[in-house]
Every structure is written in C-alpha cells, then in structure tokens.
Design a binder for this molecule. Structure first.
Ligand code: FAD
Length: 489
C-alpha cells in the first residue's frame, strides 16, 4: 500500500480518528460502504477519505486543505439523494465530507418563530426540537429520519406540505456556509426582511454542494395546528382531481396543508407488494373485483382551534364535493391511528415500486392546471411506442409535482432497460417542456439529470449558472459532475 500523503496525514492529526476515516487505514469497507452507494444503488464510488468534521471551523480546515491540494470534495448529509448527488465517483481521488457529526440545535427563538441548527441534524430532529418548543417546522419528507437539514437546503427539498408552507428555500432565513476557498460565511440571519444586496443564501440553496458547504441554517417555525383531519377521496379522472384541488383551496384555504395523488396502478402495486399498508384503502375498493379507483387523493386539513373543527370543516366540504360530482367516494379518518394509516399508504408507494422492479423514474412538475393534459398526452405517446409499458403515477398534486414512472414491458430483456429508459425520458421531458414544466421538481439534478439539464435548460440560464460556478469555485472542486456539466467532469 502506498504511503499516506503528508497533507492527509496532517489532516488526520488535526481532526482526530473520529474526524477522518481513511479506507484501509482507520476505516474498513463495512464502515465506508453505506457512504459510497446511493439510495437507489445506481451509483457506487470510492473515496480518498471521508472527513467527519465536528464543527464549522473543522469544515473550513478540511476545505482549505483540499483547495491547497486541488482535491475535489463531495458533501454528504444523510445520503438519501434520489439523483446520485452525494457519493464520490469511482476514481478514489475525491474526498467525501460528511456532516452527520454536526448535530447541535444551536438556538430556538420562540418569539421570532425561528430555529438555528447545524447542517447534520436530521430533519426529524429539527421537527422534534421545534415541537418541544410548542412550534412546527413543517418540512416533511418520507426520508426525514435519515436526511439532514444541510441536505434539505442543498437540494431545496419539497415533500408533502409545500402547498401550505413552501419548499426548504421558503423556510430558510439564513445560512452559515464554508466557501470553496475555506472561508466561513456568517449568514445566520433570522430576519424576515433584509435587502442588503444579493440573496447569497438563495445561491447556496438548491446548489447541491457545488458552490459551498452549508454548516448551519436558521429556519422559520410556525404555530402548531391544534387539530388535523385526513381523508381519502376517490376520483375517476385527473381532471376531476384538479377541480377538486381548486375547490379545496377555496374552501379550506390555509387549513389545507397536503393534497397528494395516487394513481390506480401505484395502488395496485402497493396492494400486491406491501399489502398491510393498503388497509386504509379498503372502503374505496370496487366491491365486485377489489380494484382501487383510477385516482385517489389524500388530503389533510388543519385547524388553529381544534381537532373537531378540522374534522367538521373537512366533512362539510367533502359532502358538498360529493354532491357536486367532484368526487366519486370518500373516507374520513376518525382518529389519529386512521390518519397515520392513510399517510402510511401514501408513503409506502415508493417501497412497493422498488419491489416491483426497475422503472424509468421522473420527478416532474407542470402547472397544476396542466397536470391532466400532461398525463393524458404523455401516457398516450408512451403507449403508442410501448403498448405493454405501464405508467405508475403518484405525487404532490397540490404542487403540480408528479412522480411519473414507467414500468417496461415484462417481456423486455434486462439488457434493454437502459435504452428504454433513455427513450422514455425523451418522451416525458418533451411533454414536460411543451407544458412549461420542469424535469426536476424536488429531487434536484445530481449526476442523474446533469446531461438532460445541459440539453434542455434555457441557454442563457445555463450561461449564468456557469458564470456563478466559475466565480465562486474557479478550481471546480465542489461536487464536480453534479448539476452542471463542466468539461472534464
Ligand atoms: C424514501 C425517500 C423519500 C423522499 N422523499 C422526498 C420528498 O418528498 N421530497 C424531496 O424533495 N425529496 C425527497 N427525497 C430525496 C432526499 O431525501 C432529499 O433530497 C433530501 O433533501 C436529501 O438530504 P440528505 O441529507 O440525505 O442529502 P444527501 O443525499 O446526502 O445529499 C444531497 C445533495 O446535497 C449535497 N449536500 C448534502 N449536505 C450538504 C451540505 N451540508 N452542504 C452542501 N451540500 C450538501 C450533496 O452533495 C448532494 O448533492 C426522498 C428520498 C427518499 C430516500
């Protein structure tokens, strides 16, 4: 084995054994492996070492050392990226910088409705800290037990409550970050208004580790709702579902926090592969053949007064929606256990999909008014080319954001999947473009969509992004190959 380069030995000494894992020196394969494979197991890499800094000064120290050596850095939070953003490439020359040791909740200012926490806190830990102060941090994702606040901001995460509270960007008040040169930017403002020049935090949010490393953030908190009510609603068509959404927004207004959609095929997969999670669906199944309805909506209404009020408002609205023909059938959760079962149903769909085998997956958004048109036209085009392919569609209808996934024909040999996926992507993204949508709504670009974004994004926007990257990271050391395709990456 070749001797450890002096700069890495110096770094190991200054960070201590817990602060720098060097494969084959003080870290074995079993320790490193979970950090080298992405969640979907599409990307497997190797790392020169994995830094695990305990504080912001250590992050800055690591970055300065890498900048001096020209070593590329891949920031990593909970490694739940769905676009291959958080694992190193196969060269073994990149340094993985994992933030998970930075887990302190630094401050909660209840009167300012704000919280300041370090980047490595899990999203669930931030939610819990807010709850312990009687407040709400509303970002909510199925990965919340593993993903980190830093990763949420680096990807501008969305999730199930964007309709009411916005994405991670809208929830962020200030950031502390380390620049690619290793300087600390102290931007931890907790102000709602600050018009002193460029919005630097907005450059870092959604930059997926390509412009700097987020070490801490101040975020907005909200009053805890006093009551929640959930319902599952059966619809015949997406057109009907979108009208239902419109009506729900008018009637329930700020009480409406989530409006999720699940297509019939996604529910069939759920019933087949995760049957225990399908229990909440029983009242909506066709009694003759137990088939799920073509579309099912999961919506949540909240009240600032009481559970009874949330329930009564939802019931009243559902009754009128059913009588106006905006929905075919509905079931209201009567208690917290039933509410949890409804959410479990929705959150188990990705698991059911994974068990169902490979699919060409997409995280797209179009204006909500165009969702039905998108699904109709795109599914028809796919059906003409691959009559046996099936579309598994679910997502955050309230945001116009669909997980629109295409299952190849069962007869297709595995070796043909990559070509199928590429061809399907082209059809899907062409339809997205025609309706002024986006090829990545909430998961980001990572490595998975970098080539497609380079081809499809407005050239002026791309040129501005490259100029920003060049200005902030002229050596190109921060998460190369992610978001922007730079020559050589
Ligand atoms: C089951 C499941 C459900 C999910 N549901 C949703 C959903 O509903 N909505 C949604 O938006 N996403 C969802 N995701 C995707 C994922 O959880 C989010 O993108 C999340 O924000 C990533 O956080 P993380 O800490 O795991 O980041 P990682 O996966 O570790 O990293 C993601 C990206 O951010 C960069 N990064 C991480 N930390 C930092 C930092 N401190 N500073 C700078 N860059 C950093 C990485 O380099 C990488 O490019 C889901 C994932 C899973 C597995």
């Amino acid at each position: 084995m070749s001797p450890l380069p002096q700069w890495l030995a110096d770094l190991a000494q200054s960070l201590g054994p817990a602060g720098l894992w060097i494969p084959g020196v003080n870290a074995d394969e079993a320790q490193m492996q979970p950090h080298l494979v992405d969640w979907r197991q599409r990307y497997v890499g190797r790392a020169l070492a994995m830094a695990r800094p305990a504080n912001t000064e250590q992050v800055a120290h690591v970055v300065r050392a890498c900048a001096a050596q020209g070593v590329c850095i891949v920031p990593q939070g909970g490694n739940t990226s769905l676009v291959g953003g958080s694992v190193p490439d196969g060269s073994g020359q990149q340094l993985l910088l994992n933030l998970q040791r930075m887990q302190s909740i630094r401050h909660i200012d209840a009167d300012n409705f704000s919280l300041t926490a370090e980047a490595g806190c899990t999203l669930a830990a931030v939610q819990n800290a807010a709850a312990s102060a009687g407040l709400l941090f509303p970002l909510s994702l199925a990965s919340e037990g593993s993903c980190t606040l830093g990763g949420n901001l680096a990807t501008n995460a969305g999730g199930t409550q964007v309709l009411r509270y916005g994405t991670a960007r809208e929830l962020c008040l200030g950031l502390e970050a380390v620049t690619p040169q290793g300087n600390v930017w102290h931007g931890l403002s907790s102000l709602r208004k600050d018009n002193t020049g460029y919005a630097l935090k907005d450059l870092l949010i959604g930059s997926e580790g390509t412009l700097g490393i987020i070490t801490a953030a101040s975020v907005k908190l909200y009053p805890q709702p006093k009551g929640q009510a959930c319902a599952l609603v059966a619809c015949t068509s997406l057109n009907q579902s979108v009208k239902l959404l419109s009506q729900a927004r008018h009637a329930l207004n700020a009480g409406l926090v989530a409006f999720e959609v699940m297509g019939g095929l996604s529910l069939q997969l759920l019933m087949r592969h995760v049957p225990q999670a399908g229990a909440a669906l029983s009242p909506l199944l066709d009694p003759s053949n137990h088939a799920p309805p073509p579309w099912v909506i999961l919506l949540e209404n909240t009240s600032t007064s009481s559970h009874e009020q949330a329930q009564a408002q939802l019931q009243q609205w559902l009754t009128s929606a059913l009588s106006e023909g905006l929905a075919d059938n509905a079931v209201l959760a009567n208690n917290q256990a039933q509410q949890q079962a409804m959410w479990h149903l929705r959150e188990s769909i990705p698991t059911a999909e994974r068990l169902a085998g490979r699919m060409a997956k997409h995280d797209i958004a179009v204006p909500t008014s165009a969702v039905a048109q998108f699904v109709g036209a795109c599914s028809t085009a796919l059906g003409q080319q691959w009559p046996q392919a099936q579309v598994v569609c679910f997502g955050h209808l309230g945001d116009g954001n669909l997980h629109y996934n295409v299952q190849p024909p069962t007869s297709m040999p595995t070796t043909d999947f990559d070509a199928f996926e590429q061809a399907v992507n082209a059809v899907v993204f062409d339809h997205v473009k025609q309706l002024a949508g986006t090829l990545s709504a909430e998961h980001g670009i990572g490595a998975l969509r970098a080539a497609e974004m380079a081809q499809r994004k407005d050239p002026t926007a791309l040129a501005m992004m490259h100029a920003i990257k060049q200005a902030l990271d002229p050596q190109g050391l921060m998460n190369p190959g992610r978001v922007l395709q730079v020559s050589g990456s």
